[in-house]
Design a protein around this ligand. Sequence first.
Ligand SMILES: Cc1cc2nc3c(=O)[nH]c(=O)nc-3n(C[C@H](O)[C@H](O)[C@H](O)COP(=O)(O)OP(=O)(O)OC[C@H]3O[C@@H](n4cnc5c(N)ncnc54)[C@H](O)[C@@H]3O)c2cc1C
Length: 414
Amino acid sequence: MVTEYDAIIVGAGPAGATAAMYLGRAGKNVLLVDMAKFPRDKVCGDAQGRRAASIMRELGIYEGYTQLPGKGIYGMTLSSPKGFVVHLDVEDRNNPPQGYIHRRVDFDNYLFENAVRMCPNFKIFKVTDLIIENNFVKGIIGVNEQGQTEEIRSKVVLAADGANSVVAAKFGLNKNPLAHFIVAIRAYYKNVEGMSDRIEIHLVERVIPGYFWIFPMPNKEANVGIGMVVEDMNKKKLNLQEAMLREIKENPLFKDRFKDAFIETPPGIRGWSLPVGSHHRKCYGNGFMLLGDAASLIDPLSGEGIGNALISGKISAQITMEALEKNDFSEKFLKKYDTELWKIVEPEMKLNYKLQKIAKRFPGLIDKLLEKANKDDKFKKKLEKHVPYTSNRDELLKKDFLSELGLAATFLGI
Ligand SMILES: Cc1cc2nc3c(=O)[nH]c(=O)nc-3n(C[C@H](O)[C@H](O)[C@H](O)COP(=O)(O)OP(=O)(O)OC[C@H]3O[C@@H](n4cnc5c(N)ncnc54)[C@H](O)[C@@H]3O)c2cc1C
């Protein structure tokens, strides 16, 4: 008899591993596949924040997560095109940090190990195509570890196969307009001076509207990178690698700090794309759902995608369980996944897209904001509520000055 799983999850990164944990602990018959052997690296800034933390708490794996090698985050250093620098401290350092920098090779492997503990059917398998019958996805086709082509059947497929999702591509759902794709590069530097427990985001003149980050790691190491919306990068004809190396060598804010620094090789400088949620990608169809980057859920302002990947893992697992109960895997039923997911992610996505556009259109405003923050402590405290990876999202969306900025942008037609 042909085996038919309740669900197949394609991709064991943060989104897929989370879905596997929720479905596995509910006793569902699930197969998790990934083309990579874990531990594996993923190009990333390595910052994880409150959203990811709340899901890990719910799954009972948060304490172990905090023990991974890495660095707790208590704030952000932000600099503006004209070189104003402000240090924003969001947490009392006597409390545990709300955000962490853990290398993805460690973080993803931790999630993967927990996923396999709760959902033991794992297979190294590269998905190349889907089984489609009567307009419904009925399973996956691909190549197993032995190099043989195999077909595996399931009632539903959860596609958590990342930014280059084979499943999203199969249905033509991967085509974000270029204004809704970011490209970013990352390198691990060793021997960097002046590292603190704050993430650093530098909106430097030659890179704006892109962003340059330095995320602290233990032992004078740092995760360093540059990201930019593809449309802007094409307009500016910027080579990200050259831009990053130039800033490190020449910018007065960094050059002394990187005087004796060098890039860890491998992995060297690596790039990857970020499909962002300023474009609401349809993330369901007959017999399938898209999760994480495959569903284009990255924040357009901060580049934060891990938290939403975990949320999509949780919601897709809930909807899978409902679909199994009702024996209904139709597009009509699975639309509920899109609705429930976007109820959670949309308000912040919309606000941050507006802020991204304001920052692009009025870079002088960033100079003014930071200049003011350095003179006006009350204003600085307001900014501190919005530090990515550590800020409380409920607070963020309350009516305050950033929301008002978003509102002003609406009036300006931005
Ligand atoms: C340079 C850069 C910096 C970033 N910085 C941050 C940051 O600091 N914080 C943050 O929150 N987010 C950051 N992001 C975004 C974050 O990396 C993603 O949002 C996150 O990895 C999404 O998780 P995922 O599980 O959806 O996909 P992934 O992490 O990409 O996992 C997908 C998995 O699917 C597997 N797979 C792919 N194709 C197939 C196939 N055909 N068959 C089988 N398996 C397959 C892959 O091997 C992989 O394990 C950054 C992204 C980039 C590019």
